[in-house]
Every structure is written in structure tokens, then in C-alpha cells.
Design a protein around this ligand. Structure first.
Ligand code: MEV
Length: 317
């Protein structure tokens, strides 16, 4: 039996603007993860994927094609991409995929499922992939999910490192001088990234100068945030998160629930808070002093968060 895992992710700064070439910062979220296990299957039975979380078994019928539906895109398309990359015929294997990452909630569920599936399948076939090989494959899956992804989700999830990301460029080294604590709070409302990315594109097409200026302002915040994190000036990051959230509101990707959770976090003493990911649902991220983490988490639950995860972003190495 071969097993592979992949974490979720949180975007700290720069979502949406990153699609238009601005920098963004994301960190892996190890508290949630996808895991795939591969077992041999009887001769001639082909490749099947069992997803107990949703009670579905899917079969890979061919190396190409298949419906453009969410289940095929999540569970079968990554395996087609992997087999084509390895130029391997359909093997007789059975894969079980589980995930604790809520779907369509800004935590990178699609990229993490694909990463776990491709890693596990390639290892089981005797061709474990380097991350530099794996990342473009997961980007292909992201394109199938979202149309025009920036590539930030697959990059942070495949490398499992904090990334300062610019579309089309290799992920840049990213210094973290001091650990800092985040709370990730779920509105409980799902919202597909494809829809919000499409809506922002439409907005940009109707008012390119005004929306382009918002993208630039968000990019400026991500650059400043990188400097603050490198200098260990964590308190001033909170203000940058608040400003980033306001700009995302102007891009129309916030929601009443996201605004409510951000406000609750700030009122309870968080240093800053913003929506994270595609928006209109999913999660917010709040920056907190350790001493306040428990009371901010409690305030988030009282304000309607269905789940609150605490995570610490640490210097790597
Ligand atoms: C989704 O996690 C982040 C977005 O910026 C889309 C993307 O970068 O592909 C909204």
C-alpha cells in the first residue's frame, strides 16, 4: 500500500490580484489535509477511486476525455494527467481518497486532492515525482477547475512552504523572522473560485483603470507584507490585512458572513483580519497575539463561524 498526503492552504495577501500579475503570499495549512492510499486491484479491473467522504466510486475509463463535471475534475482528471505524464497505460489499482479540507471554501481543496492523488499514483507505479515535476501537473488540474488560475494554490500545496508568488515565475524564497499565529474561521458557505474569478474579470473588463488600480494597491500590500514578515514586524501586518480586505470588498468578493467574522475578530482583539481565497464564502484569516487567540476564536464562533483552526506560521529550516 502506498500513501501520499497534501495540506490545505491559506492566502495571507493578494488573492484575485495575483491572477493579474501582482504578488501574493500564501502558507500551507497542515491542520487540514487530503490523503490518498493506493492498493493493488485484481488483474484487468483497471483504475478506480473510492471517495468515502462523499460515498462515491469513480472509474478511470480512458487516458483522455470525460465529463467536465466537478467529480471527474476532482478525482479522475488528475490521474489522467499523471498517467499521460508517465506515458503509462491504465494500471490495475484501487485508490482511496479522503480529505478534511472543506470544498470550495478557499483552503485549496481541489489542488490538495489532486496533489495527494498524483503523488500516490506515481509512487505506486515506481516513479515518485519531484515537486518541480509535480507542480505543473497540478497546475493543469487547476486550469480544469478554474479556467485561469494564477498557480498560487498548487505551488503552496505542492511545496508545502510559505510562498511569495508571482504568476509565471518560480516561487521566491520568503524569509519569516518571527513566528506568528493565525486563526482560520469558516463561514460554512461554499463558493466556487471559478465564479468569483470570472466575476472579477468581468468587473475588470468593464472598468479596467479603476479595477487595475485596486489590483496594484493589493500588490503593494503584498510587497509591504513580505518586508514586514522578513523584519519580524508582525503587529503592522494586521493593518495590511484589514486594508487588503477592504480592497477585496471593492472587488465584490466579500459577503455579509465574511465581513461579520472579520469584524468579530477585530473587536475581540485580533491584529487584523481578511477574507482568504476566492471569497463570497469560505474562510477568513485573522492575525492574533497568542494571549488573545482563545478569546478571538470564541468570538468568531459566537459570530457564526462553523469551524476555527489555529495555526502558527514559522521560520522554515
Ligand atoms: C484562489 O485560492 C485564489 C485566487 O486568487 C485565484 C487564483 O489565484 O487562481 C482567487
Amino acid at each position: 500500500m502506498v500513501r501520499a498526503d497534501a495540506p490545505g492552504k491559506i492566502i495571507l495577501f493578494g488573492e484575485h490580484a495575483v491572477v493579474y500579475g501582482q504578488p501574493a503570499i500564501a502558507v500551507p495549512l497542515h491542520a487540514v489535509q487530503a490523503s490518498a492510499t493506493v492498493e493493488p486491484a485484481p488483474y484487468g479491473s483497471g483504475l478506480s477511486v473510492y471517495a468515502p467522504d462523499i460515498g462515491q466510486t469513480l472509474r478511470l475509463e480512458s487516458l483522455d476525455g470525460g465529463p467536465d463535471d466537478p467529480l471527474h475534475n476532482a478525482f479522475i482528471f488528475p490521474l489522467q494527467v499523471a498517467l499521460r505524464y508517465l506515458q503509462h497505460p491504465i494500471p490495475d489499482l484501487s485508490i482511496t481518497i479522503r480529505s478534511t479540507i472543506p470544498i470550495a471554501s478557499g483552503l485549496g481543496s481541489g489542488a490538495a486532492l489532486a496533489t495527494a492523488l498524483v503523488r500516490a499514483l506515481c509512487s505506486a507505479l515506481g516513479h515518485p515525482l519531484f515537486n518541480d515535476e509535480l507542480n505543473p501537473l497540478i497546475f493543469q488540474v487547476e486550469q480544469r477547475h478554474h479556467g485561469t488560475p494564477s498557480g498560487i494554490d498548487n505551488t503552496v500545496i505542492v511545496y508545502e512552504q510559505p510562498v511569495y508568488f508571482i504568476r509565471g515565475a518560480p516561487p521566491q524564497p520568503f524569509a519569516i523572522a518571527r513566528p506568528f499565529t493565525l486563526l482560520v474561521a469558516d463561514t460554512g458557505h461554499s463558493s466556487p473560485t471559478r465564479k468569483t474569478v470570472d466575476d472579477v474579470r468581468h468587473l475588470y473588463e468593464t472598468a479596467p483603470e479603476q479595477i487595475g488600480a485596486i489590483f496594484s494597491a493589493i500588490g503593494g500590500i503584498a510587497r509591504q507584507a513580505r518586508e514586514k514578515i522578513a523584519a519580524g514586524e508582525i503587529a503592522s501586518l494586521g493593518l495590511l490585512m484589514d486594508r487588503n480586505h477592504d480592497l477585496l470588498c471593492q472587488l465584490t468578493v466579500s459577503s455579509e458572513a465574511l465581513d461579520r467574522l472579520c469584524a468579530a475578530a477585530r473587536t475581540a482583539g485580533a491584529l487584523g483580519a481578511k477574507l482568504s481565497g476566492g471569497g463570497r464564502g469560505g474562510n477568513i484569516v485573522a492575525l492574533v497575539d497568542d494571549a488573545r487567540a482563545a478569546s478571538v476564536a470564541e468570538a468568531l464562533r459566537s459570530a457564526g463561524a462553523v469551524n476555527v483552526i489555529q495555526t502558527v506560521v514559522k521560520p522554515s529550516g
